[in-house]
Ligand binder design. Structure first.
Ligand code: PLP
Length: 366
């Protein structure tokens, strides 16, 4: 099959690395003969409190019209998002997860021999999309696990088309300030698009606000998602906001019905449940403090996080991942990020956090 594949599949596709997702509960249950009800997944930075009840209700209502194509323009959701952001609906695009918008940016802007600048470690999809479009990823090592924007700027050349930066960053959980990011964007040459990934911004109290830069006409797109604090990862809804010219270009390269109706309805309802998201953010901060205190007690180095996950040095990330999994706790090993000693742990409910710390103590290499 492999020899054969080389004859008819594009060589670039055969060389394309594959994204390693967090392990689903069902897979672990099947592989290890465990009861899925006893397994907890702290591997993909999902919301341990699930979706808001209002989102669930809206999703159920939308399912009753499952025979109809969704609104291809996501009109209602876009209007609602634009209203919240104080932007025009033409400045907002909704995607099948923010991952899809990252890919649309590739379609619209990135070509062979271009360069795309990103931190290392950073969200794996930036590099995958760069490679998919035949461009060269330029990875800039983080400084003390935080993006060093001076270094990132130093990596920009005449070939750079896009710079990706998430704040909080995945997998480190570290953030950059409004001042740092603003100065960085102002220093970027005009042929570069800055992609500011705000997947975890709802977890921090005063996240940077790049809308004034967008209003000035800077080449900036901000990405957000319903997969994290809104607890809707399975429905795949994310969005981006930017200058209407860029949003128009991304709309040209997307599929006509890229976001399903159930996701659109759930996302719109989730936006209204501000008490739910405020509670999730509060619980998350308490959970982070608990996990970090637990790591200190176990003598483990960790990276202080601003997100809903934390990276911890367990000395042998692969072994600890496997052992925890046997005990029904799924975390994320970071070997694919070149951090073989580390795992990334999502902040769970109070009960899940206690269970993780307890099991971790049992399985740590002595
Ligand atoms: C930094 C970052 N950006 C984007 C995403 C993708 O989110 P979505 O589910 O909206 O595709 C993730 C998911 O883990 C992420 O960590």
């Amino acid at each position: 099959m492999k020899a054969n594949a080389q004859k008819w599949i594009k060589p670039s596709v055969l060389l394309q690395p594959v994204y390693e997702p967090g392990k689903p509960i069902e897979d672990v249950a099947r592989e290890l003969g465990l009861d899925p009800a006893g397994i907890i997944k702290l591997a993909s930075n999902e919301n341990p409190f699930g979706p808001s009840p209002r989102a669930l209700e809206a999703a159920q209502r939308a399912l009753l019209h499952g025979e109809l194509y969704p609104d291809g323009g996501c009109v209602n959701l876009r209007q609602k998002l634009a209203g919240r952001l104080g932007l025009a609906p033409e400045q907002v695009i909704v995607g099948n997860g923010s991952n899809e918008i990252i890919e649309l940016i590739g379609h619209a802007l990135i070509g062979p021999r271009d360069e795309v600048v990103m931190g290392n470690p950073a969200f794996a999809v930036y590099k995958l999309v760069t490679l998919l479009f035949g461009a060269r990823p330029v990875e800039v090592p983080l400084l003390k696990q935080r993006h060093d924007l001076g270094q990132l700027l130093g990596a920009v050349t005449s070939r750079t088309r896009v710079v990706f930066l998430a704040s909080p960053n995945n997998p480190t959980g570290t953030s950059n300030t409004q001042e740092e990011i603003e100065a960085f964007v102002r220093a970027l040459p005009p042929h570069v698009l800055f992609v500011f990934d705000e997947a975890y911004s709802e977890y921090i109290e005063n996240p940077p606000d790049l809308r004034p830069l967008i209003a000035e006409g800077r080449r900036v797109i901000c990405l957000r998602t319903f997969s994290k604090i809104y607890g809707l990862a399975s429905l795949r809804v994310g969005y981006g906001y930017a200058h209407p010219a860029l949003i128009g270009a991304l709309n040209r390269v997307r599929q006509p019905f890229n976001v399903n109706a159930i996701g659109q309805a759930a996302a719109a309802a989730a936006l209204d449940d501000v008490e739910f998201t405020a509670r999730c953010a509060r619980e998350n901060r308490a959970g982070l403090r608990r996990l970090e205190a637990g790591f200190v007690k176990l003598g483990l180095e960790y990276v202080p996080s601003t997100a809903n996950f934390v990276m911890v040095n367990v000395r042998d990330g692969g072994a600890v991942f496997t052992e925890l999994q046997r005990r029904g706790v799924i975390v994320r090993p970071l070997r694919s990020y070149d951090l073989p000693g580390w795992v990334r742990v999502t902040v769970g409910t109070a009960e899940q956090n206690e269970r993780l710390l307890h099991e971790l103590e049992q399985v740590l290499p002595r």
